[in-house]
Ligand binder design. Sequence first.
Ligand code: SF4
Ligand code: SF4
Length: 247
Amino acid sequence: MLKTVDYSRATKTRGIAVTYRAGSGEKYATCPADCKMNCSGKGSQKIDAEYLDALLDAVPRRGVSFTYSHFEWHQWANRLADGKTVINYSTESLTKAAAASRAVPTVVVVSESDWGESKTMRAPLFGRTDSRGNFVQSDSVRVVRCPAEYRAGFSCADCGNGEPLCARRDRDFIVGFSAHGPSKKKAADPETRGGCYADAGNCRIWWDDTANGEQCETDAEKVKRFAQSLPPGSIVRHHVAGDIGAE
Ligand code: SF4
Ligand code: SF4
């Protein structure tokens, strides 16, 4: 099931087009069952190939299209290409994020307190164990905090001067988000299951609504039709909630 919104009024996505994705009657059905944030006991074991094809092509004319996935990046990385939707690999571990960022655009969720007063941090990349058994880091990747988190009234529509950070496929930095909402402690802890950001607040209402809706076409058909219907130059953020899994 796919819900489409031409003009988002949510704080972070105000002014851009967004979608929500869910299974019929089960909102977690398109999320990877092993997503660290998913503690529903439900979820998908494989990528929906038809939806992935359509998603990659669902770019508005002369516009920008991006999204995120918790499916392991090596399952879809070879599908990224110029002119296609940019898929960001989502993780909650700085070390995982650093390694993945060498192959795919990557985002990471951290605890808000980790930023301190800074808008950037470093994610450890490569390392070795010295003769005393201590881990010695040998490189790192810059993590740039999502500007919508600290600039009032700022949304994806304002990000990157028309080239939103999350829509840049070839970038040498990771985009960092702070865990928020009632489960933020779980969300920021890579070792604790749960913390899905989409299962709280307004996002949850929209996501529940998506799962309980009616639809007479596949998600692939709908996302294609939606992208084609948007005005030239539009920005679209696909499946704010949900993922690329098959029900
Ligand atoms: S919406 Fe995203 S973060 Fe939440 S369970 Fe699904 S894939 Fe994981
Ligand atoms: S970094 Fe930019 S594009 Fe990504 S979520 Fe934040 S505002 Fe949106």
